[in-house]
Design a protein around this ligand. Sequence first.
Ligand code: BGC
Length: 476
Amino acid sequence: MELKFPKGFSWGTAISAFQTEMGSSEASNFGGTDWFEWTNSEEIIKEGLVSGDKPQEGDGFWDLYEEDMRLAKSLGNDSLRMSIEWARIFSDDTSAVDGQFKRNEKGEPLSFSPTGTTLSQLKSTANRDALDHYKKMIDYAHSIGLKVFMTLYHWPLPLWLHRPVKCHRDLDNAKERGWLDIKTVEEFAKYSYFVSETLGTKVDAWETINEPEVIATNGYVFGKSAGFPPGLENIPLAFRVERNLAFAHNLGFRTLKKYTGKEVGIGTAPPYFEPVTGGEKDREVANTARYLNNEWILNAALRGEFDNNLSGTPDEKIANFGGSDYIGIDYYTRMRVEYSEEELYAGALPMKVLPCEDCNDFKWDIYAEGMRPVLKWIYDRFQLPLYILENGIADSNDQKRKRYIVDHLKALQEAIEIDKVPVKGYFHWTLFDNFEWASGYSMKFGLYEVDYRTKERRKRNSAETYERICKGLPID
Ligand code: BGC
């Protein structure tokens, strides 16, 4: 069998900074983020919110990036998706740095312009070594023929913006409340500006924010089960976070576009919400779940359309807001749902989620057929080119990964050929096993297995299949 993709289609794998960088040397270990504090907190570990695994015992990509990039290249990849750790660049507060914000009547920032001194102030606050290190990484990737798709923000916040343990315990008296605060949006604009000026044109394509809806739901709706900081269960707070993330995207998108001229997008992780029966009530709850989970944030971030009372229709339109050159789709799973009079999903929606039929190690349902309708829906609704920026499986014994890859790429090929959805590239999540957030090292998504003691990477069988596809070779 041969899978055929359009000319110029990008092939890659995706990783993120926090999940891969630490573990090989003192310089690789970095404690200045909310996620570091959260996963190292004895109190949070005892509460069972996180696994107890430590990110500082990880892959060591910070030091081993050359070898890792060569692995990516050896798979026949022409691109790599990675991210920058905001807090490594700015481990100190940037709020005293000048900058001009235009605001709406609620005081929310709509645009950012640097003053004559913004850049020099940011330069003197930034950590030069970290910046230079990222430059070296990008240069090395280019030197071996990998384009760099860079995510500006893949989840950890600097500690000076978010003290997650304090927020978890006592939000009312917490001072640094992360994405609940407008300050975080403003400092994100400065971070975007600084990175645009220093790394901007080196990078081949940018992503502002990875999965804003996951930050909000896993931290503020399912905080106790998903174990994301600050581990809360409060829907209004989650939508405040999503709103602020939409504002952050707006500022980041405009800044990156203006100063780099590169392709800039945003990423989202839509599951395929499938009503168990064709009955009206099942279809309705599936649609509502899909809307609240993904469409809400895309309407806000891409069009400035906010549905503040969650009625299903935006009630506020901000002019000249948002935009994107592409939408990054992180497709993993299907959620089979049905209307329920007994159960409230997230404490609010009369919906039950059925257990997975074909399960990965996370007990997520494996369902390649869901990819096509998801892509078609997003494209029909937003009319933007798409990239698959993540797709992968937690599969520690590598029994299901090969099939997963082949089936999803077949579905992708059909989405492109039959449904005419313009998908421009595919990035497998992930190159090598890494720190899977609250679950630590137990969930293994890697094409390469990692021995965390020796830092050795071992190729899994399924990686051979992915390599053949990337190289345009037939597969069985
Ligand atoms: C995230 C990754 C994560 C993966 C698997 C995605 O939502 O962007 O960081 O490792 O899912 O859970």
